[in-house]
Ligand binder design. Structure first.
Ligand SMILES: C=CC1=C(C)c2cc3[nH]c(cc4nc(cc5[nH]c(cc1n2)c(C)c5CCC(=O)O)C(CCC(=O)O)=C4C)c(C)c3C=C
Ligand SMILES: [Fe+2]
Ligand SMILES: [Fe+2]
Length: 310
């Protein structure tokens, strides 16, 4: 059987010139900018233009583009390898705000002529702003007659948790016996999105607890990063938690929860900006744990989710 697996992710600019159109796509998504339709277009263009210089400076620090596409492609290839040859599996990366985007991916999948399709978000925790938005874009465009199966979320999938635990243990080994706290830093969301019933925050907390429970005897907390715009976002913020760790004189082992690959939010926000803050507020040592990426335990978990969905 021919099986197409669609791996959804956010996408990121592939050049500095792409930053503003990428932001325009992002702010133009009703799942991100929740305003009436008739003002969304002009407002999205305005916000993209206003945010572009800041965002360009961010991407400039990591060589002028986001590594998210290469990292997601590597996950797709690793997943194909893990699934083996019993079927003809093919992984397709489908980005929400920069290429390859839904229409082009649908055309590629049509040429493959699959017997089954599996939708696999690279967001372990479900949010209306990420997973639901990607599913909607797909369903609005794809008109396949073959069965489409869906992996909705997997906040405590055993392979995902095991890979996270393995990586976190390596980070913990670096601080040794010095007093330390694990900060599980997840991408934030506006508070009103959660109040409207989005399950993201609760799933983020489940992931953190599942990881912490395996490690045991740990000082840990969940916090939220990457706030943009004027709305109130969920908290506590990651910078407030780093400042608290500085006041408590404990080292920080930061686990990037909700991200499964490296991109601007991990390589710039966590590795440059928060590292600098940790230094400034007197955190004795700041260790950032890598994202799960193509960790074999994580990829094995994804393969199980795909098989179970079928
Ligand atoms: C779980 C993951 C993510 C959620 C939830 C999310 C919500 C969300 N994001 C913005 C605004 C921006 N996000 C930007 C970049 C970005 N966001 C995520 C993930 C989630 N976003 C990733 C992985 C990335 C990085 C892309 C890359 O570098 O490849 C950006 C652009 C960068 C910047 O200007 O800082 C913006 C803007 C909102 C408003 C939102 C929820 C409503
Ligand atoms: Fe974002
Ligand atoms: Fe962000």
């Amino acid at each position: 059987m021919k099986i197409a697996i669609i791996l959804f992710n956010l996408g990121g600019p592939d050049s500095l010139e792409a930053v503003q159109p990428f932001l325009r796509n992002l702010f133009g998504d009703p799942a991100i900018l929740r305003v009436p339709g008739f003002i969304r277009g002009p407002l999205a263009s305005f916000l993209a233009r206003r945010r572009a210089p800041t965002a360009r400076a961010i991407y400039d620090k990591i060589g002028g583009s986001s590594p998210i596409l290469g990292q997601t492609e590597a996950q797709a290839r690793a997943l194909e390898g893990e699934l083996g040859t019993e079927h003809e599996w093919r992984g397709y990366v489908c980005m929400r705000y920069w290429h390859p985007m839904t229409e082009a991916v649908v055309r590629s999948v049509e040429r493959f002529k699959p017997d089954r399709i599996v939708l696999l978000p690279l967001y372990p925790q479900y949010s209306t702003a990420t997973t639901e938005s990607s599913f909607k874009a797909w369903n609005d465009t794809a008109k396949f007659k073959v069965p489409t199966k869906v992996v909705k979320d997997y906040p405590t999938e055993p392979g995902f948790i095991a890979a996270s635990v393995a990586l976190l243990k390596e980070g913990l080994a670096q601080v040794g016996n010095a007093p330390h706290r694990v900060l599980f830093s997840a991408h934030g969301l506006p508070e009103r999105v959660i109040k409207a019933g989005d399950p993201y925050q609760s799933q983020v907390e489940h992931t953190a607890k599942a990881i912490a429970d395996v490690i045991g005897d740990l000082d840990w907390s969940v916090c939220y990063q990457s706030r943009v715009g004027p709305l109130k976002w969920i908290g506590p913020s990651t910078d407030a938690e780093i400042t608290r760790a500085g006041a408590d004189k404990v080292s920080v082992v930061l686990y990037p929860l909700s991200f499964v690959s490296e991109h601007s939010e991990t390589l710039v926000e966590l590795d440059i900006e928060y590292r600098h803050l940790a230094d400034k507020v007197g955190v004795p040592s700041y260790i950032r744990v890598p994202t799960v990426g193509t960790h074999p335990l994580f990829i094995a978990g994804l393969a199980r989710l795909v098989r179970d969905a079928l």
